[in-house]
Design a protein around this ligand. Structure first.
Ligand SMILES: [Zn+2]
Length: 257
């Protein structure tokens, strides 16, 4: 692991969300979830005392600043960011210089959630200790949900948005019917047209991994966000044509085994 811890950890009671109260929470099997009604729905969380660190994660000779993360989350961030091509890390650092912050919730008011992440643009206010417009926020719940995978795929999805905002990642090379299908997917709480594209990006980075478990996540079960048609179009987006040949070869089509 390539981490530089910047300061002693601080202890904090964090809220760790889940999509359903049937899931095993961080307090262990059989423990109950607290719930809060937001926007007419019950949202579940458990409160956990965490030691939270601020650290630099070193990836491809670059630094990504990470805030309020547990040691396990920092390890997941390190493994996750290794899947991101260096050119995309550069765009992330250029556009989101505040880095990645782990938080209890994302969003405001009725759109506040204990799961997922956000990559806000100008419509988000800065919170006192982190200017969200200059960074990405990922919930403790997203890390918990992904803990057995070793990577937090939500981070990859949000890095996708860093590139949809400026067009390096776009629907332009997609066959028309495919882009229409992806635009119409309702894959997250966010009704934006780029949700399907950012998921496709997330799966494609896993497809490019040399780890069989992550590659499997990037292809199975088959779906329009992770099939050969979508991969062919993604390779033609500027995000992937800008890569050097070594990185492009990671994303080449492979024989199924
Ligand atoms: Zn999204």
């Amino acid at each position: 692991m390539s981490l530089r811890i910047l300061a002693p950890p601080h202890e904090e009671i964090a809220r760790v969300g889940a999509r359903s109260r049937r899931e095993v929470g961080p307090l262990g099997a059989g423990t109950r979830w607290d719930s809060e009604q937001i926007d007419g729905e019950n949202r579940y969380f458990q409160e956990v005392r965490y030691s939270l660190y601020n650290a630099d994660v070193l990836v491809h000779s670059r630094v990504v600043r990470c805030f309020h993360a547990t040691m396990e989350q920092l390890q997941m961030l390190d493994t996750t960011l290794q899947l991101v091509p260096p050119q995309h890390i550069d765009l992330l650092n250029e556009r989101k210089p505040a880095g990645i912050r782990v938080a209890d919730t994302t969003g405001r008011g009725a759109s506040r959630r204990y799961m997922g992440g956000v990559n806000p643009s100008a419509d988000y206010a800065a919170s006192p200790d982190f200017d969200e417009r200059r960074g990405i926020v990922i919930t403790h719940g997203a890390f918990w949900e992904n803990r057995n995978r070793g990577i937090c795929v939500t981070v990859l999805h949000e890095i996708g948005h860093v590139m949809t905002h400026n067009g390096e990642l776009s629907y332009q090379p997609f066959p028309h019917d495919r882009s229409a299908q992806l635009r119409g997917l309702r894959v997250s709480r966010n009704p934006g047209v780029y949700e399907g594209l950012c998921n496709a990006y997330m799966f494609f980075l896993c497809y490019g991994s040399d780890n069989a478990v992550m590659r499997d996540y990037g292809t199975n079960p088959p779906d329009i966000q992770k099939d050969a048609v979508t991969r062919r179009a993604l390779r033609q987006t500027q995000a992937f044509t800008m890569l050097d040949s070594g990185w492009q070869s990671r994303f080449a089509e492979r024989e199924r085994r």
